[in-house]
Structure formats: C-alpha cells, structure tokens
Ligand binder design. Structure first.
Ligand SMILES: [Zn+2]
Length: 209
C-alpha cells in the first residue's frame, strides 16, 4: 500500500497534475488506521518508508516523518463518508483556475457525472491545513467524489486509490474542456437535467453495497 501511494505521487508529478512538495495522498487501511504522505518532502522523490501510518486522531503509529499538513482534510473526509477509502489532493492548473475564480465545475461532460455525481462545488475558503478547510471540504463533497478548494486546489476521493486518481485526472480534464469552452465566448450547455438524474443514479448505486 505504501508503494501504491509513492507510485501515485510520482504519476501525478509526471502527468503535470501536481508539482514539487505540494499535494498529498492517503489510503484508509481499516476503521482505525490511515496511510498518508509526509509533510515537506518532494513528492516525486518519496520512498515507501516515508509514508506514515496514523490513527483516526492523526497520531503517528508507524514512520519517521510527520504526516502532511492536510491530515485533517483526509481524516474528516473518512469520518464523514464511510464509502471512501482513498483521498487524493493536488494543485493541477485548470482545476486551480476554477479555485481562483471560485467557480464550480458544472456537469458539462456525461462521463464526469458518472464518476463525480455532478457539479463539482467550491468549498468555502479557509487557510490550508486548518480544520475549517477540512470541514468546508466535507460539506461541499455531499453526494460528490470531488471538491474544489477556494484559492488552493482540488480533492478527489474513491473507493480505492486507483479510482481516486482516475477521478482527479477526469476533473482536471473536464475543467480544461470547460475553461476552453467558456473562452470561445459562445453559449455552452450542461448535460440535460433528465439525463443528469439517470447518470447520477448510476453514480449513487456504486456506493450501495
Ligand atoms: Zn494543497
């Protein structure tokens, strides 16, 4: 699992989804324990031994490093949504443009609704690393698998790490499509409401088992 986290951070760096020391990833191991990336390390240079095992209070159970400054963000999401077992946070460019505009990403591509549940909301602003940021993100994640953090970046959640990564990539790609569509100055369309509801039903059914 530690190796999977290391690989995920490297993958995000290679794909331009994240850079330098930013971004963090966690996996819920069981009800009591979470594996999470450390604070301050260049993420593409992470080694499995750098990954920290913590309990649900954020206390280190195993590892030589300090957990990421966004540890509250990860733990609050796991506390609120028992169907998520992986959380990925990054600062990719197009999602961050929406974070700066504090504009949600509307459901403009069908595939996005299938994976995220619909419009990606912007969580109310709070400084990075704070419990307020964590709580605002949890609130804006209702019925969704991703959330934009105002003036900061984006968070994607999944039943496993592969799914969370896939969602992060998808959100970033749709953000790019949306921003380009808006830049044409022409009228744009979201997925029609009846289709939206049908696709959303498929999204919801994934978490009922
Ligand atoms: Zn961040």
């Amino acid at each position: 699992m530690k190796k999977k986290i290391v690989d995920a951070m490297r993958y995000m760096d290679e794909k331009g989804l994240n850079h330098g020391r930013s971004g963090n990833v966690s996996i819920r191991v069981d009800r009591e324990r979470v594996l999470i990336t450390p604070s301050g390390v260049v993420k593409s240079e992470l080694k499995p031994e750098d990954i920290v095992l913590i309990n649900m209070n954020g206390e280190v159970l195993e590892g030589i490093r300090k957990p990421t400054v966004e540890v509250n963000l990860h733990l609050e999401i796991y506390r609120a949504y028992d169907y998520f077992n992986a959380v990925v946070h990054a600062h990719p460019v197009y999602s961050s443009v929406l974070a700066v505009l504090r504009e949600p990403l509307p459901p403009v591509i069908e595939e996005m609704v299938l994976y995220t549940g619909g419009e990606i909301r912007v969580a109310e602003y709070a400084p990075f690393g704070t419990i307020e940021l964590a709580r605002n993100a949890v609130e804006a994640l209702r019925d969704r698998s991703a959330v934009i953090l105002a003036n900061h970046g984006v968070v994607a959640c999944g039943r496993n790490l592969d799914e969370a990564l896939e969602i992060l990539e998808l959100v970033e790609r749709v953000a790019q499509i949306y921003i380009l569509a808006r830049a044409t100055g022409l009228k744009y369309y979201t997925v029609p409401l009846d289709s939206l509801e049908k696709i959303r039903e498929i999204y919801r059914s994934k978490f009922k088992s």
